[in-house]
Design a binder for this molecule. Structure first.
Ligand code: ADP
Ligand code: AMP
Length: 214
């Protein structure tokens, strides 16, 4: 099963992608996580990506596409995968379709987690990320057992630089301009499914399981 998660920054793509990956036993591929790991490790890719990410801008397509195409060609993706944060532009979607076509494959579902802009700033200002393992929480909606400490690995939790309100505003503008057109793109392909992302995260997941099947 090959799935794309669509939605504004902070809509809950990562939260749901992790649950999908666990239930259906497929890899969760987050381009944001890949860039953050590269930044942490001080790679050239990380250095380049950071200049865009800090401004709330998208990393250029040429730095993203090959990375994802290589990743989905790895052996653990043979039974499918859930893409989180990719594609984010029409050229990225076209490049992915072309790569899949060459392999005689196609995407099964594009799931749009729909959350209005008014809710996003609140979501993002409460999001906390683990500096060590990248797990994400929310101070109100998905809190940790011990404040400021990752349940997963015991690492410290931080507010991501790009989750500060001024950067989130910019990311929303970028989302509407460059990423939202993907909704029509996948609707035209007949694989778009929309779920209400404003409800409790377990209820969002139930709606997704209804679409994907038990
Ligand atoms: P995205 O991957 O789309 O940027 P996340 O999955 O990281 O978004 O979610 C953004 C923030 O909102 C996180 O802090 C997460 O814990 C929280 N969150 C996710 N889904 C819900 C939900 N349905 N209700 C409330 N908070 C949520
Ligand atoms: P995310 O963790 O998905 O919210 O991504 C964080 C940031 O990484 C984004 O704001 C972009 O700057 C960058 N990024 C992640 N995925 C992509 C992508 N597919 N194309 C361009 N930039 C991306």
């Amino acid at each position: 099963m090959k799935i794309i998660m669509l939605g504004a920054p902070g809509a809950g793509k990562g939260t749901q992608a992790k649950k999908i990956a666990a239930k259906y036993e497929i890899p969760h591929i987050s381009t944001g996580d890949i860039f953050r790991a590269n930044i942490k490790n001080g790679t050239e890719l990380g250095k380049k990506a950071k200049t865009y990410m800090d401004q709330g801008l998208l990393v250029p397509d040429e730095l993203v596409v090959d990375l994802v195409v290589d990743r989905v060609n790895q052996e653990d993706c043979a039974n499918g995968y859930v893409l989180d944060g990719f594609p984010r532009t029409i050229p990225q979607a076209e490049a992915l379709d072309k790569a899949l076509e060459e392999l005689g494959q196609k995407m099964d579902y594009a799931i749009d987690v729909d959350v209005p802009d008014e809710n996003i700033i609140n979501r993002m200002s409460g999001r906390r990320a683990c500096v060590d393992c990248g797990a994400t929480y929310h101070i109100v909606y998905a809190s940790t057992k011990q404040e400021g400490i990752c349940d997963n690995c015991g690492g410290s939790l931080i507010l991501r630089d790009d989750d500060k309100p001024e950067t989130v505003q910019k990311r929303l503008v970028v989302y509407h301009e460059q990423t939202q057109p993907l909704i029509d793109y996948y609707m035209a392909k007949g694989i778009l499914k929309t779920v209400d992302g404003t409800v409790d995260l377990e209820d969002v997941f139930k709606a997704i399981v209804d679409i994907l099947g038990e």
